[in-house]
Design a protein around this ligand. Structure first.
Ligand SMILES: [Zn+2]
Length: 157
């Protein structure tokens, strides 16, 4: 479990305009603070594919260089994606933390860029509402990869 201490902000999961549920902070979070761990069981990508083959919603977080994923369990899995995020994820010694990109005020929804990759479908549309919304939750590299893949296939009717 993530360590909590006096400096950890109080977080609240409630309904969000972006997606079903989101994670909000009740306290100010200073820029640069690692305030939450993306915790959960470490499993291989193939185990994850097997476990979630029939489920539309998963909370998997790819980390490390070997394609392992974290099967999210806890508050961090409720953070929504935004193309204009106020948080980022940071890997440290095999653990993944959520870190504030800027000073965050009490009441703000906590958001980071998912940078999704390695997906068989192309339905990760983004509705974050940011002026600079890219329209997708995939990473820039994944968008390019899918475009190349699509170019090799005949166009859909
Ligand atoms: Zn967006």
């Amino acid at each position: 479990m993530p360590r909590t201490n006096a400096s950890s902000p109080r977080l609240l999961v409630r309904s969000s305009a972006i997606h079903a549920a989101g994670c909000y902070t009740l306290d100010a979070i200073p820029r640069g603070r690692r305030f939450l761990e993306y915790d959960g069981a470490r499993i291989t990508k193939s185990a994850a594919d097997e476990r979630y083959a029939d489920r539309p919603v998963t909370y998997l977080f790819g980390f490390g260089g070997k394609g392992d994923v974290i099967d999210g369990f806890g508050t961090a899995m409720f953070l929504n994606h935004s193309c204009s995020p106020n948080c980022e994820t940071e890997e440290h010694n095999g653990r993944v933390f959520i870190r504030a990109l800027r000073n965050i005020a009490p009441g703000e929804e906590l958001l980071y860029e998912y940078n999704l990759y390695d997906s068989d479908d192309d339905t990760a549309d983004c509705y974050c509402g940011a002026p600079q919304c890219r329209g997708t939750m995939f990473s820039e590299d994944e968008v390019k990869r899918q475009a190349r893949k699509k170019a090799r296939k005949p166009a859909k009717a």
